[in-house]
Design a protein around this ligand. Structure first.
Ligand code: SF4
Length: 364
């Protein structure tokens, strides 16, 4: 297998050099962080980066503006905190799971232990260190919140005996006992089928069928292509807390470490904590209700982090979003036409054009 392109996906050991300094992406399989780990991340960004923790659409964390000697110190700290269990596989641990798994009535099966098992199995197989950093596993507890995120390999709970294993969009029912082995085998099959250029199964010609054939599986169902976003507010024994623009400040991260033993990061730039009094969370600007103006608002890095950005989109969003008309639609702010991080489906498209913004193609 000849590799003709370098995998530029950032990690902790492969830091991306952005316009504002080093950018490290910390994989958090299943989105689960102990408060001790959150505290390590919080102090690391304060002492080595720009002080914020950036939440990603895959439930991971990014630290920006790392100073030149930052990456080494950061990797030492994360290793000690258990956030870097494999030096060879760190960028391939992309495992998204339903953040409310096991916490409310909609959860048909707790997929977080399955996510942890996939992570262990992935890291135990040396060949899988070659997976592209964009390759994604998703585990949906049956509510349909992550099944439609276009993961490469996904599992959706049907009941406590069976799940729908999908390669791309083609799925087959499997028993839970076989699920972890089959997910990892699908990733191995992708590497075997991959030529040189493909980073995702969707990019591989007839990839879904080729991989399922290798696994001797006959697809019977299609995976849904849309997901149901979980809004801020109480869900069973959990509270979903939106982080405006996905940028967690020192103060906000500090309050989160005081209210929970563990937090779960969601693909919607929110955080799951146990049900607690919301006063302290709201005091530091976290959002605990679904009717907030910050619900469903995202932005790319913009200036000064991205060299291509035509505006400081986050600063502008802070100013404009509270008074913005949007008819309940999601909103995405982009610093240029690439629209990094835009959500799937319908959204208000705000794009910087150098001397202002276009909103859905019209000048703001
Ligand atoms: S959309 Fe443009 S400005 Fe924003 S992060 Fe992507 S490349 Fe940079």
């Amino acid at each position: 297998m000849a590799r003709t392109q370098t995998d530029r996906c950032p990690g902790v050991l492969a830091v991306h050099q952005a316009a504002d300094g080093g950018l490290a992406r910390v994989r958090v399989p299943g989105g689960v962080l102990s408060v001790q780990q959150l505290e390590v991340l919080r102090s690391a960004t304060r002492e080595l980066g720009d002080g914020r923790l950036e939440l990603t659409s895959r439930g991971n964390v990014q630290i920006r503006a790392l100073r030149p000697d930052g990456p080494r110190e950061l990797s030492d700290r994360l290793y000690a905190a258990g956030l870097l269990p494999s030096l060879t596989h760190e960028r391939v641990r992309n495992i998204l799971a339903s953040p409310l798994s096991g916490l409310d009535q909609e959860s048909r099966y707790d997929v977080l232990p399955v996510a942890a098992a996939v992570d262990r199995e992935l890291c135990a197989r040396p060949a899988l260190a070659e997976l592209p950093g964009r390759f994604l596993f998703a585990l949906d507890d049956g509510r349909g919140d992550v099944a439609g995120v276009r993961a490469d390999v996904s599992l959706r709970a049907i009941d406590d005996r069976e799940a729908l294993l999908s390669v791309g969009t083609r799925g087959v029912r499997v028993r839970w006992g076989d699920a972890v082995g089959l997910m990892v085998a699908a990733a191995e099959a992708f590497l075997a089928e991959r030529d040189a250029q493909e980073w995702r199964i969707a990019e591989l010609d007839d990839g879904e069928n080729r991989i399922l054939n290798r696994l001797a599986l006959q697809p019977t169902e299609d995976l849904p292509t849309t997901s149901t976003r979980v809004a801020a507010g109480q869900h069973g024994s959990a509270l979903v807390v939106t982080v405006p623009l996905g940028s967690l400040t020192q103060e906000q991260a500090g309050v989160l470490t005081e209210v929970a033993d563990e937090v779960r990061l969601t693909p919607w730039r929110s955080v799951v904590v146990p049900v607690v009094s919301t006063e302290e969370l709201e005091r530091v600007g976290l959002v605990t209700t679904a009717d907030s103006v910050w619900e469903g608002v995202t932005a790319c890095a913009g200036r000064p982090g991205c060299g291509k950005a035509l505006a400081d989109v986050r600063a502008d969003a802070w100013r404009v979003v509270p008074g913005m008309e949007r008819d309940g639609r999601r909103v995405h702010w982009s610093g240029c036409e690439r629209r990094c991080g835009k959500p799937a489906g319908d959204f208000v498209d705000v794009v910087a054009v150098g001397n202002g913004y276009l909103v859905d193609g019209e000048r703001m």
